[in-house]
Structure formats: C-alpha cells, structure tokens
Design a protein around this ligand. Structure first.
Ligand code: SRM
Ligand code: SF4
Length: 595
C-alpha cells in the first residue's frame, strides 16, 4: 500500500517533514509548532480555561484550525474597542466537516438550534458545501462542538494543514451515480482525517493519552500525516459531467466521474488546482489542475492517499505562500509527479476518458428523481441562511425559519451545493404539498426567483469576521448585483447568465479566478477586477482592472455589456466573448495569469 509509514517515500531517503532542498533551520515556524504540539494538543485546554481573555494563545490559534475552529474578532468593533483600550471582540468561527454536503433533517435542526443559541443566529453555507458558525464565544466553544458531535457530525480537519472537506456533486437527480459516488467521496474523506485523539480529549472530554507528558515515540501517531501533517491545506472534489459544480479544476486533487449508463466506472484524475494568490507577488498564481489519467472507482482512495503523501513529502515547508500542491507540481514537474504517483501506487493510471462539462451552476427550483421523489433547490444569497427583512437590494424572506419548519417534517435529506445554495432533496410525494406551502409561506420561492446573473453569483464571507478581508464581500455584493442587474436589463441581457464572484481579498474563497467576472478586495471600497473565466470553470480569468471603486467598475461593465449585447455570437458566453474580442488575452495556464 502506498503512503504508509513503511512506504511513504522515506525508503527513498526523503525526509517526511520537508523535501531535501529545505534545510531544517529555514522551515516555516508552523512546522516546529506542529511537530511540538503533541499531535495538535498544544496548550488548548489551558487556553480554554483562562477566563482573563476571550482569546487563546497565538500558537493555539494555529492548532485549533486543525480542530475546525478559527479565532476571529468582530472587525466592525475593532477601532472602537482599541480606543477604549479593550481587547478586540474575540470570537470564533467553527466549520463542520460534511463530505459531499449531505445532512439529515435532525442534523439540520440541531445545527440550527446551535446557531441560534451559541453563535450569531445565522448558519453560513460555504463554497465547500458545509456549515460555518460565526460569533461563537470562547466559553461556548465546547458546548457547540459537543452539540455538533451529538448529531454525529464533527469539525475535525475542517481547517488546518490536512485534507479539508471533500466536495462531491450533491445532485439527487443523478440517482444511482450519486449513490455510487457519494460513498467513494465519504471513504476518501474518512481515510484522510487526522487520527490524533486530541480532538476527543479537548472537546469531547475524552481520556487524555499523554496530557502534560512528553509524547512517547509512536504513541497516538498519525500513520499518514506524521507529526508535521501537510505543508499546507489540501482539497479534494468529485464532479459528475456535465455539471462541474465542484469546480474540479480548482481542487488540489479532483476526480471526474466516468459512467456507463447507471454504472460508475471510475474517474479521470486531476491534480494541481488552486485559487490562492497574493497581490504584487507574481510568483503566486491561481492554477487549474491537469488531467493525468483514469482510475477505477474502487481505487480512488488509494490514489488520494498516494497524492497526499507526495505533497506531504515534497511540498514546500519553508514558504507557506508557495506550499500548495500546485506549486509543488510546477516546481518538480508534472511528468515527475505522475511517475512518482504510479511508483507509490504500484500500478499505472489508464489513459483519461472523454468527458464534457456544460455548467458549474445549480439548477434552481423543482426537479424530479427517478424514484418519484422530488427536490427543491433554493437560492441562498452568498450562503447566509437567515431571516431577512426587506432591504434595498434583496427581498424579504424567512429562510432560516422556513427550512427549520421543513426539517421538522422532511423525510429526505438536505444537500449544500458548492455554489452556497441548498437542496431540499428526495421529498416523498406525500410531503411535496406541505414543503411547497412552507417554501411559499416563508418567501423562499420568491427569493429563489431572481435574475440569472444574481443566481450565478457568489461572495465569500469577508467583513466583519474574516481576519484577512481587505474589502467588503458578502455584505456588499448584493448591492453591486442590483446595479449590475440594472445595467444588464437596460441592454436586454436581463436573463443572460454570467458567472460573477467576489472575494474580500486575494485568497479567492469564492473561487473568483474561474469566474467570467471576478473581484478581489484590495482596500475598503476598492477591488481588482478579472475577466474571461470559463462558464463551466474550464479557464482562468485575467486581471483587467486594479484597485478600483464601484463607479469605475460599473462604467467598465456597462461598456462591456453593451458590446456583448451588440456583438455576441449565438450562444456565446460572456467569458468567451471578452477573449474573442481581445479585451483580455486567454490564460492557458496558471503562470500566464500574472504576465
Ligand atoms: Fe477560504 C482562508 C473562508 C473556501 C482559499 N477562508 C480563509 C479564512 C479561514 C480566513 C483565515 O484564514 O483567517 C476565511 C474565514 C472567513 C470567515 O469569517 O468565515 C475563509 N474559505 C472560506 C469560506 C467560508 C468562504 C465562503 O464564503 O464560503 C469557504 C469555506 C470552505 C469550506 O467549507 O472548507 C472557503 N478558501 C475557500 C476556497 C474555495 C474552495 O476551496 O473551493 C479557496 C480557494 C481554493 C484554494 O484553496 O486554492 C479558499 N481561504 C483560502 C486561502 C488561500 C489559500 C492559498 O492557497 O493561498 C486562505 C488563506 C490561507 O490559507 O492562508 C483562506
Ligand atoms: Fe476572507 Fe479573503 Fe477568504 Fe474572503 S477570500 S473569506 S476575505 S480570506
């Protein structure tokens, strides 16, 4: 078996904590922190008990990420608290691990309850198909994690330098293909979770294995990750053509399902995708993954393990900005990478099979499954499940209450889409009328009937919780969309889908670098604008405007939409149009993004 302690590359003379070109003294400080953390324990327990501050120590803020928790502070209050000489309004974000985005109604009810009693009274659906709680105070952390655990979910490995939440297309209409694909995605996810008991000890009152004591050699070891885990986060997604909702080319490791009728045969394997980049640092760039071959369905787990171990052994542990697997591949070479993968597997990938994607978007409204059950896909603007009074840009609706009412009677399940939306899935015929009435009563049907461009939009969280945000994202994007809708309606483009995505900084959590029009925050009210991404996630976009405000953005979009309305060819997508007409050059590979 590849990737075990015995066959992990160390037989090759490769140091597991770094590749040989990285002298120990230059390693990033996080490497020492991980190695000395007694497998993710650090001083987290002591920090939780400390009532003098609402924060935990700097080192522990890094370690609790592996437990699915981020320390944040309310940035809206930062300045005021600073003036009053108070510590920042520390609070925590908790991310649930939910492979493939599928959850049961009783789980929904429990998470909804936790959001209302322990967090900021909203649930946040993420771009990787899971739930986030925001605004959890330190004193509420344990109760929240235990509440999540009571419903047989957890948060372990939802963040940190490990494999993150595994994405899989959630579409119930796929019937047998989804039924075959979901267990594979779940098995890959289960296989790659950290084995440390630290999570159980700290949050679930489990028996400490060696609290306070020096870790015995080999005790509570991580067979796959070792003491230093991965150099950086790692992401996996499973797509089923023709729908590329998981944006498979943006994953570190992607699997494209190849089926023969109702039989899932296997997957084309994609390696080396990623969005993150840093402004003014051209050595960082978004990259789309390369298709390297085909593997049978029952060998996907093996492939995942082998790919993860290559990145574990060869990823950059000196510079975290260059540590994602996309850079490992560009540094060492794709040919070498595939050869090493096959060496670790002990077998060769087959030639990749033909496939074709048409969209990366959700199909809203009602759909029918072959077994007679139905689904309703609702639009959740930027993933925020809440009740909302009338706003300037958005309709009033009571999505949070409505979904809670549906969860009380629903016999099927819920599925979070990779576009931050929600599917009430597998509704049996006898339940359909009630669900319909509840959707209507709570304004959810109306909130879903929005323009194509709005429904194809996504924004990351941004202010006030994200510590890295440079500009508003989730709270501003609906306003910008209203103005964009106005422009498009005037030009007769009211019902034309254009994929628009905003991120509050260069990190790209809404996957903006594959949008037809992407934005990343530079400073309050200022954004970079990117154009020319592929409609179904097949092409990166290209920087078009830098550090501009809304007026400039709208002026340029107005001009571009006008020429698109007048000059587009039959069925031509906006992203293709701006390339054909020379507005931006086509980006054929990641390194061209900054050229
Ligand atoms: Fe992300 C960091 C939110 C998907 C690339 N991301 C963060 C943090 C945790 C900020 C931080 O480190 O302090 C954000 C927390 C904000 C908050 O208040 O909740 C954050 N990322 C999100 C979410 C919630 C955005 C959303 O609106 O849904 C998504 C949670 C996904 C999940 O359930 O696991 C989210 N982040 C993504 C994606 C999209 C994806 O994975 O499909 C990306 C781009 C893909 C990729 O990884 O290349 C992404 N997030 C980043 C990065 C840049 C990584 C890099 O390679 O440079 C950071 C910063 C970092 O890691 O240093 C980051
Ligand atoms: Fe925060 Fe930046 Fe990610 Fe948005 S893109 S959630 S601002 S890290």
């Amino acid at each position: 078996m590849s990737g075990s302690q015995e066959d992990d590359g160390s037989q090759n003379g490769v140091d597991r904590s770094t590749d040989r070109s990285q002298p120990v003294e230059t390693l990033h400080p996080n490497e020492r922190l991980k190695a000395e953390s007694r497998q993710l324990r650090g001083t987290v327990l002591d920090g939780l008990a400390d009532r003098i501050t609402n924060a935990v120590s700097d080192d522990d803020t890094q370690l609790i990420k592996f437990h699915g928790i981020y320390q944040q502070d309310d940035r809206d209050l930062r300045e005021e608290r600073r003036r009053k000489k108070l510590e920042p309004a520390y609070q925590f974000m908790i991310r649930v691990r939910l492979p493939g985005g599928v959850c049961r109604p009783d789980q929904w009810l429990q998470l909804d309850e936790l959001a209302r009693t322990r967090a900021n009274r909203t649930l946040r659906l993420t771009t990787r198909q899971t739930f986030q709680f925001h605004g959890v105070l330190k004193g509420n952390l344990k109760a929240t994690i235990q509440g999540i655990h009571d419903t047989l979910l957890d948060t372990l490995g939802a963040c940190g330098d490990v494999n993150r939440g595994v994405m899989a297309t959630p579409l119930p209409e796929l019937g047998p293909i989804h039924e075959q694909l979901f267990p594979v995605a779940k098995a890959v996810s289960d296989h790659l979770i950290p084995r440390s008991r630290a999570y159980h000890e700290i949050w679930l009152e489990g028996e400490p294995l060696y609290r306070g004591a020096k870790q015995e050699e080999g005790a509570d070891d991580e067979p796959l990750y070792g003491r230093t885990y991965l150099p950086r986060k790692f992401k996996i997604g499973f797509a089923v053509p023709p729908v590329n909702d998981v944006d498979v080319f943006t994953q570190d490791l992607g699997f494209i399902a190849i089926a023969d009728g109702d039989d899932l045969l296997g997957f084309n394997v994609v390696v080396g995708g990623g969005m993150g980049r840093t402004d003014n640092e051209p050595e960082t760039y978004p990259r789309l993954g390369d298709v390297i071959g085909f593997c049978p369905a029952d060998r996907a787990r093996e492939v995942a393990e082998a790919v993860v171990t290559i990145q574990r052994d060869y990823g950059n542990r000196v510079d975290r900005k260059l540590a994602r697997m996309k850079y490992t591949i560009d540094r060492i070479g794709l040919g070498w990478f595939v050869g090493e993968l096959e060496r670790r597997l002990g077998w060769k990938l087959q030639e990749s099979r033909p496939y074709s994607f048409e969209t990366s978007q959700d199909a809203f409204g009602w759909s029918t499954n072959r077994d007679g059950t139905v689904n309703y896909t609702l639009f959740v603007e930027n993933g925020r499940v809440k009740d909302q009074a009338d706003g300037a840009h958005s309709l009033s609706h009571r999505t949070m209450t409505g979904i809670r009412e549906i969860a009380r009677i629903h016999k099927g399940d819920f599925r979070i889409t990779p576009n931050q939306n929600l599917i009430v899935a597998r509704i049996p015929p006898e339940e359909e009328e009630t669900v319909h009435a509840l959707l209507e009563e709570h304004g959810i049907l109306a909130a879903t009937e929005r323009t194509q461009v709005r429904r194809h939009s996504m924004a990351c969280v941004g202010f006030p919780t994200c510590g890295l945000s440079m500009a508003e994202s989730e709270r501003y994007f609906p306003d910008l969309m209203t103005k964009v809708e106005g422009l498009m309606a005037e030009l007769g483009l009211g019902d034309v889908p254009v994929v628009m995505r905003m991120s509050g900084c260069n990190n790209g959590c809404s996957r903006p670098y594959v949008a037809e029009i992407g934005f990343s925050g530079r400073a309050p009210g200022k954004y970079n604008v990117y154009l020319g991404g592929g409609f179904h996630g097949q092409r990166l976009n290209k920087p078009f405007l830098e550090n501009v405000g809304e007026d400039v953005i709208l002026e340029h979009l107005g001009t571009l939409f006008r020429s698109y309305a007048e000059g587009r060819e039959e069925g031509e997508r906006f992203g293709d149009f701006v390339i054909r007409t020379g507005v931006v050059p086509e980006v054929r590979e990641g390194r061209e993004f900054n050229e």
